[in-house]
Write a new protein. Structure first.
Length: 424
């Protein structure tokens, strides 16, 4: 969140908190009336929220004693809003929590442990790495609702025109393919991102990360990390490789170029599937290629696992928690996840939701195929914040304003302040 809007965001969060049905709600048990729970949803208000609102109506029809108050909270504001509301005992009963928030809020005691509750009755149906990502210190604090990861998405027609039969499996192959594509088609072969989240794939390709959570060691400036970021930096210069875009609108520029056939390949996640299909290059959905991100020198490929869990507020009273648990079970059921996937083109978190109809969408089927390379984040409350320092330094490095050594050294110093008990 930008510093300039922090004050107004705080006011807004307090206003939302006042409307949330949390621990002090008085509607529970009034003359046997229904319990009203509040759900803060962080999905896209235009493209995704209507699907969730329709499912709420289904849930209420099947559970006459429970009402659900739906509040759509902008994703980039929700973490701070919930933190403020939970600290004042006025948080919503259910939160759509980004996976990186889950351990942080669990550490603060804001989330209810779900082990043994009806919300997790189908735990065996979910991908194990997604359950792992919802855990903190041996307890499970969320039920996976949707998942995502990064993949190499590419324009099959441009690859074919360049005489390339399959997606590159290494970064060296990608750079070679990019040169061929530009020579044969006149379009760029690859356009990379300067954002730290996207650069994470290069770290995994060298078998490292920003930190070693188990050893409590900062590894962002290690030899392996330097090699990873060196490979990342090399993808911004060379034949067929687009130079780094360090502007505030870089994400939109890359996405627009890809969907309109101006660049053959990018690294992207499934949240853009519906937008891919709106581009001129993918009016024929089958032209969208999706492959595992290229591997590094370790020979292995890896991409960060993202997504959202449904978590229950620990500060609600028992009647609200019971209703919330029932609601979470319904929303994460196979039937609900199938509906969400079909309507929103997002990835289910349980295998039995990947029905034939869901997999008929080439985007969903493609991203499902790369999920084995998705690596769960460590259960470190501060982990997601570690990308912040890199988001400051990497654009400077890619833009030629700072050396890679200097950028990583600066990032290491900043990360050390976020995890002060970690060694360098």
């Amino acid at each position: 969140m930008r510093r300039g809007i922090a004050a107004s965001a705080l006011v807004a969060s307090l206003a939302l908190a006042a409307t949330a049905c949390g621990g002090g709600n008085s509607d529970s048990g009034k003359a046997g009336g229904p319990v009203t729970i509040t759900w803060w949803d962080t999905s896209n208000a235009t493209n995704e929220a209507p699907t969730y609102q329709a499912l709420i109506k289904q849930f209420e029809a099947a559970n006459k004693n429970i009402k659900v108050k739906y509040v759509n909270v902008p994703f980039d504001q929700a973490q701070n809003k919930f933190d403020t509301a939970a600290g004042s005992k006025g948080a919503p009963d259910v939160l759509r929590s980004e996976v990186g928030w889950t351990p942080a809020f669990a550490k603060k005691g804001y989330f209810l442990p779900l082990d043994g509750t009806e919300a997790l009755a189908d735990q065996a149906k979910f991908r194990p790495n997604l359950i792992q990502q919802a855990q903190y210190q041996g307890k499970t604090y969320g039920v996976p609702l949707v998942t995502d990861t990064l993949a190499l998405v590419y324009n099959k027609a441009l690859f074919k025109k360049a005489g390339i039969a399959e997606a590159p499996k290494t970064w060296d192959e990608l750079k070679s393919d990019a040169a061929k594509i530009q020579a044969k088609t006149g379009q760029f072969g690859y356009w990379g991102s300067t954002q730290a989240y996207y650069a994470q794939t290069f770290l995994y390709g060298e078998g490292t990360d920003t930190v070693d959570a188990t050893a409590k060691k900062i590894t962002v400036d290690s030899a392996a990390a330097k090699k990873a970021y060196g490979t990342w930096l090399s993808t911004f210069s060379g034949k067929g490789l687009h130079k780094a875009d360090t502007t505030a609108d870089a994400y939109a520029h890359i996405q627009d170029a890809f969907v309109n056939g101006k660049v053959a390949a990018i690294i992207q996640g499934p949240w853009e599937i519906t937008n891919f299909y709106k581009g001129s290059a993918f009016t024929d959905k089958s032209n969208l290629g999706i492959a595992t991100v290229p591997a590094g020198s370790s020979g292995k490929a890896g991409a960060p696992t993202g997504g959202h869990n449904l978590a229950v507020y620990a500060g609600s009273d028992k009647s609200h928690q019971d209703a919330a648990l029932k609601f979470v079970k319904f929303m994460t059921s196979a039937a609900s996840q199938e509906t969400i996937a079909l309507k929103n083109s997002t990835l289910p978190t349980r295998e039995d939701a990947y029905t034939a109809q869901v997999k008929a969408d080439p985007g969903i089927a493609g991203f499902q195929s790369v999920l084995p390379a998705a690596q769960p984040r460590p259960a470190l409350p501060e982990y997601s914040s570690l990308w912040g320092p890199l988001d400051t330094e990497l654009p400077k490095v890619a833009g030629g304003k700072e050396s890679l050594d200097k950028g990583l050294s600066n990032a290491e110093v900043a990360i050390a302040k976020l995890v002060p008990d970690f060694s360098k």
